[in-house]
Each structure stands twice: as structure tokens, then as C-alpha cells.
Design a protein around this ligand. Structure first.
Ligand code: VGL
Ligand code: ZN
Length: 253
């Protein structure tokens, strides 16, 4: 009997240690889903087919993002929200066409996401729920903001109506990891991902939940291939929606 008890104890310890290790391995390869937030970047009419700055197949990300959102207790939507006559619009610069750059090298765009216009609204099929956080950006007439964390001056954060920054709100909720999708990969998604890394978050971009503007650059590169390189250098993981789901399944419970 004593022998049996001892053996059971040994077995029990082996099993529980193995389990412990398994749990550790899982939490190491994937942080807890409860500490992970989804950031849906700029899925607005201006960036979808028919909009003023359409991203090819921009609307195709809508069902993919809709399908992912229930994995996350915190969902943030960023909204590009420019005042009329914004400095990032080519129309505000005499003699400039869109996709050219201004005197400081900033890319100039067609008028888009103008406050109060249909272009600024989220795509009609994008699922939104009570409790979603909406962060508006690009509201400063003089400075553009590709990122939802910092304007293009790299220091002024866009703020929620209560004055808090996105980083503050995410930290309050104990969020350590961010999953990003939306438009456009090579501008607002990519810049948001880079700033999130700077503020200490682990960042995953779901590539098939994004589309790129893909402006051609000298040397055969595009703004998309350059962003691939930038995100790799920043330590951002770029994976597919299927891969993300598999990881969540593996780390659940
Ligand atoms: C964006 C250009 C200008 C974007 C926003 O959401 O990627 N791109 N404003
Ligand atoms: Zn914009």
C-alpha cells in the first residue's frame, strides 16, 4: 500500500510538472488572449473601393476582421479624421498633385476622411460593438498622423475624448500584446505597429487582414515591401488570420 502511494505521488508529480511546463511553453510562445487587444486600423469608406483614396480590395479585409474580433476582450478602432483643408491633402498645396511629396518630404494625398463626410465613416459591414474604443487621428490641421499612437511628429499622441492616450488606456487594461489589421498596411497599419513596439507592446500584424497602397519606389521596391522590411526590423510578427486562430486555440484555457 505504501509503495502504491509513493508511486502514485511520483506519477502525480511527473504529470503535474509536465503540465506546468506545457502551460509555460504556451504562455511563452503566445501571451494570454485576455492581455491581447485587436486594433482595427482605418477601415473607412475613403480607403475602400469607391472612396477618395481607395486601397485595392480594401473592403476585402472587412469579413476577415469581423471574424477575428470575438477572440479579443478589447477592440480598438482607429479613425482617420481630418479637418477640411488638412495639410496632408495635395489640394492644400499649390501646384502639387497627390502622391507627390511636400517641401518636408511628407506624402500628399487626395482629400480623404474629412470630418463629417461619408468617407470618414467606417465601412458599413464592419462589425462594431458597444465597448469598442474609437481613437480619432489626423485631427491636427498641420500635422498628419498615420499612427494611432503618435502623430507624424513622433511625439504628440492622438487622444480619446477623455484626454487619455491609446497607450494609457491599453496599459490600464493590462494589455501587453496587440494584433493589428486594417488599412493601409504600408502606411497607417505599419506606422501604428512600429509605435506600439516603441511603447513596449508585443505586436502582431495579420497580413491578410490588411491591404496596401503599394506605391512604387526607386529600385523596384514598393511602400509595401519597404514596410515588410521595417516591421521585420522592429520585431513585429506578420502572420495570417489562420495562424493567429491556431495560436489562440493552442493558448486557450
Ligand atoms: C492613410 C494615407 C493617408 C492610411 C491615412 O490609413 O493608411 N494613408 N491617411
Ligand atoms: Zn489620412
Amino acid at each position: 500500500m505504501f509503495r502504491f502511494l509513493c508511486l502514485s505521488l511520483i506519477f502525480y508529480s511527473i504529470i503535474s510538472t509536465t503540465n506546468l511546463f506545457a502551460t509555460d511553453a504556451k504562455t511563452n510562445t503566445y501571451p494570454h488572449p485576455k492581455k491581447t487587444a485587436l486594433i482595427i486600423v482605418d477601415i473607412q469608406n475613403s480607403f475602400c473601393p469607391g472612396g477618395e483614396l481607395p486601397v485595392t480590395d480594401g473592403d476585402k479585409v472587412v469579413p476577415i476582421v469581423n471574424n477575428l474580433r470575438d477572440l479579443f476582450p478589447t477592440v480598438v478602432l482607429s479613425q482617420d479624421y481630418h479637418p477640411r483643408g488638412h495639410s496632408s491633402f495635395a489640394s492644400s498645396h499649390e501646384g502639387k498633385a497627390f502622391f507627390e511629396t511636400d517641401e518636408e518630404g511628407n506624402v500628399l494625398w487626395p482629400d480623404h476622411c474629412v470630418q463629417g463626410s461619408p468617407g470618414a465613416e467606417f465601412h458599413k459591414d464592419l462589425v462594431r460593438k458597444e465597448g469598442d474604443l474609437v481613437i480619432k487621428k489626423g485631427t491636427n490641421p498641420k500635422v498628419d498622423s498615420y499612427s494611432a499612437f503618435y502623430e507624424n511628429d513622433k511625439k504628440t499622441p492622438p487622444r480619446f475624448d477623455d484626454g487619455k492616450t491609446l497607450t494609457e488606456v491599453l496599459r490600464e487594461r493590462g494589455i501587453t500584446t496587440l494584433v493589428l489589421g486594417g488599412l493601409a498596411y504600408d502606411f497607417c497599419v505599419g506606422w501604428t505597429a512600429e509605435d506600439a513596439v516603441k511603447d513596449g507592446f508585443k505586436v502582431i500584424v495579420v497580413k491578410d487582414a490588411t491591404r496596401s497602397i503599394a506605391m512604387p519606389l526607386p529600385g523596384g521596391k514598393t511602400t509595401e515591401t519597404v514596410m515588410d522590411e521595417r516591421l521585420a526590423a522592429a520585431g513585429v510578427e506578420v502572420i495570417t488570420a489562420e495562424e493567429l486562430k491556431a495560436r489562440f486555440a493552442a493558448s486557450a484555457g
